[in-house]
Ligand binder design. Structure first.
Ligand SMILES: [Fe+2]
Length: 159
């Protein structure tokens, strides 16, 4: 039997408070990532992807700095998850396939699913660990993307 026509509808996942990990800066950045994913549409896809990838680098860099500075024991494992994500995105984008509505929806679906899975498992685990070891007021961090995220640009052929 054919898929219901609902599969043609844009795949939309709205931010919800259930995604909060209770670290204000990380939550704010996660929320913005959802906004950017939602903005992906055929007419402006490349510009939004560029903005999204830059913001992913900013967010990963900040989150990783907070993890590293706070002595998070699973830091290296978490770094690897971020790298695997970047690698998967780079693979998807490097196919060079022409953009059409289906491909945009595939990208949105992948990004939303990855974000939710990652936040609800790994970032939430960090949030709990942080609260147990450092309390509720995490400092705002402004990390400079440096060699630690150079892999992202390299994967995307920008380095
Ligand atoms: Fe993360």
């Amino acid at each position: 039997m054919a898929e219901p026509t609902a599969s043609k509808a844009p795949y939309v996942v709205e931010w919800r408070d259930g995604f909060l990990i209770d670290i204000a800066q990380v939550d704010r950045e996660h929320k913005h990532l959802f906004t950017l994913v939602k903005r992906l549409e055929l007419g402006t896809v490349q510009a939004t992807i560029d903005e999204l990838l830059d913001y992913v680098v900013t967010h990963f860099t900040n989150e990783q700095k907070l993890m590293e500075d706070s002595g998070y024991p699973a830091f290296n494992e978490h770094l690897r998850l971020h790298e695997e994500f970047a690698s998967a995105v780079a693979d998807f984008l490097s196919s060079g396939d022409e953009w059409n509505d289906d491909r945009v929806q595939t990208l949105r679906r992948f990004l939303n699913k990855w974000l939710i899975g990652h936040i609800m498992t790994h970032d939430l685990r960090f949030g709990k660990w942080y609260r147990d070891h450092h309390g509720t007021d995490a400092p705002e961090v402004v990390a400079k993307p440096a060699k630690k995220v150079g892999w992202f640009d390299r994967l995307l052929g920008r380095g």
